[in-house]
Design a protein around this ligand. Sequence first.
Ligand code: TRP
Ligand code: ZN
Length: 881
Amino acid sequence: MRPEAAPVIRLDDYTPAPYLIDKVDLNFRLAPKATTVTARLSVRRQEGTTPGTPLVLDGDGLALAGLALDGFPLSDDAYTATPDRLEIRKPPENPFELEIRTTIDPDANTELMGLYRSSGTYCTQCEAEGFRRITYFLDRPDVLAVYTTRIEARKSEAPVLLGNGNPVAAGDIEGTDRHFAVWHDPFPKPSYLFALVAGDLGHVADTFTTCSGRKVDLKIYVEHGREPWCGWAMDSLKRSMKWDEEVFGCEYDLDVFNIVAVSDFNMGAMENKGLNVFNDKYVLADPQTATDQDYANIEAVIAHEYFHNWTGNRITCRDWFQLCLKEGLTVFRDQEFSSDQRSRPVKRIGDIRLLKSHQFPEDAGPLAHPVRPQSYREINNFYTATVYEKGAEVVRMLKTLLGDDGFRAGIDLYFQRHDGEATTIEAFLTCFSEATATDLGQFARWYDQAGTPHVEVKSHYDKTARELTLELSQAIPPLPGQDKADPSVIPIRFGLIGPNGSDMPLGRVTGAKVQDDVLVLEEGTQKVTFSDVPNRPVVSLLRGFSAPVRLEFHQTTDDLLFQASHDSDPFNRWQAVQSLASRDLIQLTSDIRAGRKPEADGALVTAFGAILADRELDPAFKAQVLDLPGEADIARDIGRDVDPDAIHGARNALREAVARAHADTFLTLAEETEGETAFSPDAASAGRRALANRALSYYALSGADTAEALIERRYHDATNMTDLLAALTVLVHQGLAGAEEALRDYRKRYEKMSLAMDKWFMVQATAPLPDGLEKVKALTADPLYDISNPNRARSLIHAFATGNPTQFGRSDGKGFDFVADNVLTLDARNPQVASRLLTCFRSWRAYEPARAALAEAALLRISEADNLSRDSQDIADRCLQ
Ligand code: TRP
Ligand code: ZN
């Protein structure tokens, strides 16, 4: 380990802040290279703090330009200031006012934390610890203050000046080319929710009238010329505001709600009070540049950030260990919103695909951590799938266990009791516990134990006794720093499917708590008996994926096929096909490794045909069924000695078998949307396109001699980005003759539209072709490639590392080396983007020995590099531990 390893921050060490800051007056004099910030803080000693205790404020790379206490300059020996700390040695009696002046350089800010410029627009990002890059402060979420922000800038450079809260004053500064605006946010908030934006921006405007009749002005700000692409985001915002009133009783609380889209942004978006700042890919959409998936993502992210107004802003986190208090809950809320706006089962399948492909591997490897971590070195590395996605699953289980009414009673109590506070998971759970008179002590383990529980189930049916027995057990495999785990409360939604295909009524059940159709597993092992079961049922477990566990239930192929066509739960119909496919893919992989010819399972191939032929099924659902487990999913299921080439070969073999067996059906399905010119982003239309495009990609594999020409034609005839990108992807990924020409054409069409160009880079980065890496390297020299733009870097390097398993995991190690080089280059500019890229190495130990050694060498090279950021050092060290 390196000598100056960052200190470990522990949840157990939490202590309240010794001082509080009730009021903050900020004055920004904006200039690209030297912005001056004057902060006037009303500071008060916290009860319990000994008088005279030094006041220590956080900083990060700051230069102090002035300091006064109650209006008087401080003598040199009364304080010390370093770039990361300002200490007032002996603060006076309560309360006092501290005035701090700092000078910062937005143009030099490549980390995109604190105040920076994106395409000339000044903007801020303060979560988690960015405010300390603007001024010295108690930069922790349990210090809540009322902010007033004055912003001053040259009129020509920044005609638009935005802050948190409501606008209270604005005007010209006479005799100069400058102007100002003053914003006041009456709701006390932590510093991470502070924001300002200043620039030459266009906007679209609308209004929303809240349930109590208050009119709110809504605006979305974008670069000039992009206003026509804001319609879907605005529509999504209004639907979110309405939904939150209706479903959670949450009403908006300011006179204005502003959204700003910027093109340089580290993550998706940020929920700053009244002034959300977005990565522009989650705002801008029109049919020519955005896919159906983009539309769905925009709807979800707009909702997510809006919903934070109550879950995150009105009620915030006491400390960063409680991050899931706002994130898990808010993801749960945005998932519910999308489910209500679209197809609930299809949304659930998509969410679980994401959970299994991103969160499960995280939770099974060296970066595993509890939903609420107990320690960290760098908080930015904990904005993870576990905190967000598993955190949402934990909230969902709470709802499953307490029922709709119990859940609503608990959340109502939470809003009522903790409004205006910075609180904890314990306080959150107490609300549910009190509102429903339920002991949630054991349930709380979901927050504190890392790892995905494995739930093993054996079923036995006794015809004479008319009894079904299930033997269930749960365990979490050992993880770094967690040798063993205690049993969790696992709600298993289930049904017993009778021979006629419908669910049997339940008789007496012994051995476990059963609430309606939910069996609650609480012990390490449990034996559950169902009486009066007239026939052997097919047991459908974990319906709707009712708990984030790995279910090991060894059903026969016949039972799974039966479930695939009869389960009343659409999620489990999908899951049954996935389980069959995954079983076959594991078999095919080992055939390839043993030098045998891979022969796909005929019954499975036939099952796909039955689903395709079912006229009752939603096309979007069929598209999901046709989407086989990804290569990373197969690797995860195999678990060790992973050979990405064999997995890729296996998946191709199964895809080809399905394609050849059903070529005619695929052609018919692919042609179903042909000639459609009107575009609507609604779920039904998107579902039809998803199925047609999935069919097209299968048809391309069918060996039909008309396939290649059809795909080229589909590319050229496409009238929307969804169809265009689908055809381009088939051309490029299958290495078809028309690929190069189509790529040139696409580039010419979209060269000026960066979000569309990101897709152009991504399609090529994820092409599973033998010279994929060389192509990606060549693309880094493309004039449109720009490593300093996070979206662009992600669309090439991150997409390659996570979406091209055969080329990233090349047996010559060159894929690992290339990504390692890029981690190091990025790290010097933007540690957050670099360390996130670095997590693509987390499953390195699962590779077969030769690849594992090469990946380890690449990781070691990173961990030993000079001047590595705390972010990347933390990930590298944990991967290697
Ligand atoms: N809180 C934000 C969200 O939930 C995400 C976020 C955290 C973020 N840190 C960030 C966004 C840093 C951008 C940069 O959506
Ligand atoms: Zn969030």
